[in-house]
Design a protein around this ligand. Structure first.
Ligand SMILES: [Fe+2]
Length: 230
C-alpha cells in the first residue's frame, strides 16, 4: 500500500477514498447539458492486483494516472460492469487494457448483448462470479444507479431539499433502474436493509453525485427511514 499511496499523491483525477479503494470521477453530461458525473473504481486486492468496477472515458490525463496506478494495465486482474446503463466506455477500455491481455471482463446481461466483440468471461447475474474475489471484496449488485451522495448541491437541488453530505435514492429508481413488478420496491428496500445489517462502512462513493467520507452508513439508514413508503 505504501508504494501505491506515495504514487497516487501526485494524482489530481484518481482519489483514494478508503485504503486500497481508488475512485476516478469524470464529467458526464446528462442529455448533453447537466454534468451529473460518472465514475469507475479500482480496488486493490491482497494479491497486489486490481479489480476494476465499471469504466469511464479516459482523457489523456486520466489515462496517464490509470497507467501509473495499474502499471500500464498489467496490474488489472478483472473489469466488472456494475450498472446496466453504464456501457459507453467499455469498448475503449477493452481496446486499451483488455485486448490481447490476460484481463477478464464481466458484464451485466445488457453489456453482454450490446458489445459482443468483447470476450466476456461471465455475467454479474451469476452469484459465482460475484464471489470470485470474496477474500477481499464483498460484491453485491442490485440494479442500476441505486444511491446518490449529494456533495455541495447546487441552488436548484437545494430548492428541492437536497443538502450537503446527504444520501438519497437515485432518481433512476423511478425509471429504468427498478423492475416493473409490484414487489420490486419492497425487494429493494429489504436488500438495502440487509446491506446495512451486514456491512460496516463509513465511506460511500456513488456513480452520479459525490463521495461521502465518514458517516455514510448512518446517512443511508436515514435515507431508508425517509423512504419507508417504498
Ligand atoms: Fe447512471
Amino acid at each position: 500500500m505504501t508504494n501505491t499511496t506515495t504514487t497516487t499523491n501526485t494524482f489530481t483525477k484518481i482519489k483514494e477514498i478508503a485504503p486500497g479503494c481508488f475512485r476516478l470521477r469524470v464529467p458526464f453530461h446528462f442529455l448533453g447539458l447537466i454534468d451529473v458525473g460518472t465514475h469507475m473504481t479500482f480496488l486493490k486486492l491482497s494479491s497486489g492486483k486490481f479489480l476494476t468496477l465499471s469504466t469511464v472515458d479516459l482523457d489523456p490525463e486520466a489515462k496517464a494516472e490509470v497507467d501509473t496506478l495499474t502499471q500500464n494495465g498489467s496490474l488489472i486482474e478483472a473489469v466488472v460492469a456494475t450498472n446496466p446503463f453504464h456501457t459507453l466506455a467499455f469498448e475503449a477500455f477493452y481496446a486499451a487494457y483488455g485486448k490481447g491481455k490476460d484481463v477478464k471482463f464481466y458484464g451485466t446481461p445488457r453489456h453482454l448483448r450490446k458489445y459482443p466483440g468483447i470476450p466476456w468471461a461471465g455475467s454479474v447475474e451469476d452469484e459465482k462470479i460475484l464471489k470470485l474475489w470474496e477474500k477481499d471484496v464483498d460484491l453485491r449488485i442490485p440494479l442500476d444507479d441505486a444511491f446518490k451522495v449529494s456533495e455541495n448541491p447546487g441552488f436548484v437541488s437545494q430548492l428541492f431539499g437536497a443538502r450537503h453530505n446527504e444520501i438519497s435514492f437515485h432518481a433512476s429508481l423511478l425509471g429504468p433502474a427498478i423492475n416493473k413488478t409490484p414487489t420490486a420496491p419492497r425487494e429493494f428496500h429489504d436488500w438495502v436493509l440487509q446491506l446495512v445489517k451486514d456491512w460496516d462502512f463509513e465511506n460511500m462513493g456513488t456513480c452520479h453525485g459525490g463521495v461521502m467520507i465518514g458517516g455514510a452508513k448512518a446517512e443511508l439508514v436515514k435515507c431508508l427511514e425517509k423512504n419507508k413508503r417504498l
